[in-house]
Design a protein around this ligand. Sequence first.
Ligand code: HEC
Ligand code: HEC
Length: 383
Amino acid sequence: MQRTLIWDIPTRLFHWTLAISFGLAWLTAESDRWLPVHVFLGYLMLGLVGFRVAWGFVGSHFSRFASFWFGPKQALTYLKDIAGGHAARHVGHNPTGSVAIYLLLALTVAAGVTGILTLGGDERQGLAAGWLSFSQGKLLKNLHEMAATLMLVVVLGHITGVLVESVIHRENLARAMLTGFKLAAANTPKTLARGWIGAALLLAMLGFAGWWFKYALEQKIDTQAWHVASHTGAVQAPHVKFVGKVLPDNARWREECGSCHAAFYPALLPARSWQKMMDEQSRHFGTDLGLDPASSAAVLKFMVDNAADAQQTEAGFKIDQSVAKNEIPQRITGTAYWIRKHRDIAAADWANPQVLSNNNCPACHSDADAGTFEDGAMQIPKK
Ligand code: HEC
Ligand code: HEC
């Protein structure tokens, strides 16, 4: 037995990047503010799996699928051998570990693809933007979460397997995946380090990260009202800027409805609410809007065309869902969805001089003016 290179550099780089990405993707899954990072990790993991599949054919001996082409039956037999205390040592992947690897590769693809579809349906962003309705997006989100949970189960099984193997055969398998070396017989097939392919893989990943966090995200926000809001000093940059498509606009509506308070984009209330508001415009929250009939009609048309029921934005869809059909809310801040989304905000944040009113949407949503209310464009101002 001699110290022998088993895992080439690209395989190790793949393994640890995938593992870290998976962990970070879990950590960033719940918070809207981290969504751009979560999405980045998803694309990265899909890319990594693409690389690994190719490497499974052209990589060094122990990285090739041919060297660990085991099925469920052999995996079970191996588990029994372990339980019976006579499991054979495999220099490469053992049968149970191999099946875990195939499951993880497949589940990463499943989680990635359902993630892209969720993003397209739920947020109207990414490769599949607008492919699905918001309700289909919701369904896909459940599938996405199921795939991720299954992945977590397999990951935990995989880690348990590594620990058990390490104890049984008295070798640190995790360290072997870091250094690449294990003790092996002299006739073990040779592994080349393939450092230059590892370097190319690393460069490709860094390049993708740079592009994602610098150019892709910044260019999108420039088309929005971000700079207007940030110009007034009212908002601070969110973690990562991420703003979706440009919604229809109307100069007259902005003029008539944006003079006393920031104009509330029509997607924030259903059409019947706007209809009622214009019918009662002489009693608008204690003021008289005093619009002439022509302006009234033009403003109302724009608002009805782009109301929550039109389901152009995630916020519109969710507000529409949260309002009972016989209700005609006059306050966005009175809808169930709005209340639910804002109930965890501390009193001190509402009292911040940069906020003061709960309908001062642009104070916390840099894209309030544009009407998109993207997760990534939200930031509570600091004192
Ligand atoms: C003359 C001033 C003025 C104009 C012009 C005006 N509003 Fe208002 N609006 C108010 C006041 C005052 C309130 C109540 C603010 C508060 O309670 O904080 C209000 C509140 C609202 C709210 C409720 C916000 C919430 O809390 O969810 C909506 C929606 C609204 N206005 C829509 C409109 C629309 C649409 C137009 C244009 C047709 C318009 N406003 C034009 C003065 C105005
Ligand atoms: C004090 C800051 C603050 C103000 C003011 C504010 N919001 Fe928010 N808003 C937040 C925060 C924080 C969240 C994120 C809550 C979460 O992630 O669960 C949020 C979430 C939302 C969401 C959900 C976005 C999503 O996809 O999860 C919508 C829509 C929204 N706000 C609309 C509004 C509107 C409309 C107004 C004005 C009437 C407003 N907000 C005023 C802080 C604010």
